[in-house]
Design a protein around this ligand. Structure first.
Ligand code: NDP
Length: 297
């Protein structure tokens, strides 16, 4: 079966409307796009539209591809000073001349909704998250909703389960591994070198839950998945649609995986729509933090 990410996202959005109302609507999201990466620009527009739909302030900012480090950090400081903005997101990928680590370290920790500042990344890895990065959060939210729909116990759903991750990026794969450990899964983290060593399917076949965030269309095929596994596809890849345009596909070859797996998340319509809502949810969480007494930060 396919997991319907759009339906899950729609329900989450309704909950979020309530959370936003409960704090008097005082939350806002700012996104910074540097350069002209098309998927990042599409993502920025989706966040802007989603925020406006629920009545949240939104500031989509753009800087040219040759922006200096000082200009990007200056823009972040300008957004930090905006009282209407509770969350700031610097979109990836950044142009090659800009050091990600310097920009992430310049994010104001209380508005760093993707937990990219070293302080927030550290809190997450210590099991004391201030913010949970939106894409891994969306993947686990989807898994939890699937568990509920299957009538299984939510609390113990990951206990001792083999959770295999393919991809170890700082924004998706690594935080997903941390979340899996917190839920008592046995976590295996695979990456490019696992594939190069020819070991990828050894690990993927043993997965009860397989989360794939790589950026290689159709990397995971049915023969690489164990019977009854739950497969979450995070990849978003634009491929030739054979008619002069492009279409979006994931990292999982859904046609061959669906007959083997218990459930698969599709692309599009899977994790992506939930991620869009989760970013806004983190901006509401950041607004709540800004209202909290200093001792609780
Ligand atoms: P990165 O490029 O930062 O990381 C890719 C990871 O995949 C790396 O850890 C890399 O390994 C690994 N990898 C690359 N090739 C292989 C291979 N052949 N076998 C095994 N592992 C491999 O990407 P992101 O994590 O940012 O994004 C991954 C995918 O998820 C992309 O398609 C992106 O568009 C999508 N995405 C979707 C989102 C959503 O909301 N649905 C949000 C964010 C991303 P190594 O570390 O060894 O180089």
């Amino acid at each position: 079966m396919l997991i319907d990410g759009k339906a899950i996202a729609a329900r989450l959005k309704e909950t979020l409307r309530g959370e936003l109302e409960a704090i008097g609507g005082v939350a806002g999201i700012a996104t910074v796009l540097v350069g002209e990466d098309v998927p990042a620009a599409v993502y920025q527009r989706r966040i802007d539209r989603g925020a406006r739909e629920i009545g949240m302030a939104s500031r989509p900012e753009q800087l040219p591809a040759d922006a200096t480090l000082g200009q990007v950090i200056g823009k972040v400081a300008e957004l930090d000073a905006d009282p209407d903005i509770s969350g700031i997101l610097v979109l990836r990928p950044l142009p090659a001349h800009l050091p990600e680590s310097r920009i992430f370290a310049a994010l104001p920790p209380l508005k760093d909704v993707e937990a990219l500042h070293p302080l927030n990344a550290g809190l997450l890895s210590l099991g004391m998250p201030r913010f949970i990065p939106s894409t891994p959060a969306a993947a686990f939210h989807m898994l939890d909703r699937h568990t509920e729909a299957a009538g299984r116990d939510l609390e113990s759903a990951f206990d001792g389960a083999n959770l295999v991750l393919v991809g170890r990026s700082n924004n998706v794969g690594k935080p997903a591994a941390i979340l899996g450990l917190q839920r008592n899964a046995t976590v295996v983290s695979c990456h490019h070198h696992t594939s190069q060593a020819g070991h990828l399917e050894e690990f993927t076949r043993g997965a009860d839950i397989l989360i794939v965030a790589v950026g290689v269309p159709g990397l995971i095929t049915g023969d690489m998945v164990g019977e009854g596994a739950i497969v979450i596809d995070i990849g978003i890849n634009a491929v030739d649609d054979g008619a002069g345009g492009v279409r979006l596909v994931g990292d999982v070859d859904t046609a061959s995986v669906e007959p083997v797996a218990e459930a698969v998340s599709p692309v599009p319509g899977g994790v992506g729509p939930i991620t869009d809502v989760w970013v806004l949810r983190n901006a509401v969480a950041a607004a709540k933090l800004s209202l909290a007494p200093a001792g609780q930060l």
